[in-house]
Design a protein around this ligand. Structure first.
Ligand SMILES: Cc1ncc(COP(=O)(O)O)c(C=O)c1O
Length: 378
């Protein structure tokens, strides 16, 4: 059996081990220390936000932002439907109710027309959402110039879920800096990983300091342990922050490599009518986190057949995210489709889309193996 090809494996090729060793050698084996501070500083400089808070996961970053935005039991929070559960579970941690907004076909991200209908509906019910979680799926920004003015008109803050889009840009500006908060993930499969970790950014330094306080068990500034509020143990380890620094230094090369993988798939499948690549609008500069293909509905080869053939060749591939409104746990939650007649874009993408191996460690031979496996079917 050929060696397994993973969807997006970690790729450690720079100063990660050196910086992590610094933590061991200085005995800063703690969820704070010089690497955590340096990682936050590097991050701020890279994405262009005013302040940052390094955390143990992207989910923790979203949770603290949801809490800061004042989500209380029974409150509604809008969220992109086409995403991973980490985008919306934190809404539920605070007792909120996610309301899911469909994708639009041009970027696969939040549909501005579905969002507008949802906001209009919530205003009529006198129950505006506490926040809108806008996800940048597969490393591509949502159409912020269409989404942000709508949220502004209704006075609803935006939490940008940039877990997958570190280094991507929207009209030249860094993904994750458009909302009141931006949340990033350094999970093992992300473009920059710390094995597990996350970052919350905002231009509101006080908001970040409040979240920092909650993330360290809400410890009051006294020597004995004093707590006036409930807190969380959410900080990133100083060892892992070293891994993050080494990874972040290579972000531009990582984007270039993932872009070349996307280009190679695009070229290889250009003659196959039944395969379309993930769409990239003119305003988007993605980080190409995952290369995703969309099989045409009229295709002789079903997406399942493609997934089966890849699995038989020891290649990891996955369907596009199963939309949150189709998840059993959210069966009762409201959903606003892109099309007025009720047709859903995200459901279509889930049924016909496939995420292909896209890790920066992929060799040309491995990429050829993926391509040949698919080409043979068509
Ligand atoms: C869109 C999105 N949001 C949130 C998360 C949660 O991040 P984490 O796994 O670091 O908690 C992830 C990925 O893991 C994600 O892809």
């Amino acid at each position: 059996m050929d060696k397994r090809i993973y969807l997006s494996a970690p790729d450690i090729t720079g100063n990660e081990i050196k910086y992590a060793m610094d933590a061991f050698q200085s005995n800063w084996i703690a969820p704070l220390g010089p690497n955590v501070d340096a990682f936050e500083k590097m991050f701020i400089e890279r994405v262009g936000a005013k302040s940052a808070l390094a955390l143990s996961s992207g989910t923790a970053a979203i949770h603290l932002a949801v809490k800061y935005l004042g989500v209380n039991p029974g409150d509604e929070v809008f969220c992109s439907a086409l995403t991973f559960a980490g985008s919306c579970f934190p809404i539920c941690y605070e007792g909120g109710q996610p309301v899911f907004i469909d994708s639009e076909p041009d970027s696969w991200n939040m549909s501005p027309s579905a969002l507008e209908r949802a906001l209009d509906d919530s205003k009529k019910r006198n129950k505006l959402p506490k926040a809108v979680v806008v996800v940048n799926v597969y490393g591509q920004s949502a159409d912020m110039d269409a989404i942000l003015p709508l949220c502004e008109d209704y006075g609803v803050p935006v939490l940008e879920d940039a877990a997958e889009s570190l280094g991507a840009c929207y009209k030249g500006r860094n993904s994750g800096t458009f909302g009141y908060f931006g949340a990033f993930s350094f999970n093992g499969n992300k473009i920059v990983t710390t094995s597990g970790g996350g970052m919350l950014v905002s231009d509101d330094a006080e908001a970040i300091e409040k979240c920092r306080f909650w993330s360290t068990q809400s410890r009051e500034k006294v020597l004995h342990y004093e707590h006036v509020e409930i807190g969380y143990n959410y900080r990133l380890s100083n060892i892992l922050a070293g891994v993050g620094m080494g990874q972040l230094e290579q972000l531009d090369q990582k984007i270039e490599k993932r872009k070349s993988i996307f280009a190679k798939y695009k070229e290889a499948f250009s003659a196959i009518e039944e395969i379309e690549m993930f769409p990239i609008p003119s305003w988007s500069q993605p980080n190409y986190w995952l290369s995703v293909i969309l099989i045409n509905e009229k295709s002789r080869v079903s997406p399942q057949k493609v997934l089966d053939a890849l699995a038989q060749n020891n290649i990891e591939a996955r369907p596009v995210w199963k939309p949150m409104h189709l998840q059993p746990v959210f069966a009762k939650n409201a959903f606003f489709p892109h099309f007025q007649d009720g047709e859903s874009v995200s459901e279509h993408l889930y049924h016909w889309g496939i995420c292909l191996p896209s890790g920066t460690g992929l060799t040309d031979a491995e990429l050829d193996r993926v391509i040949e496996t698919i080409k043979k079917l068509f």
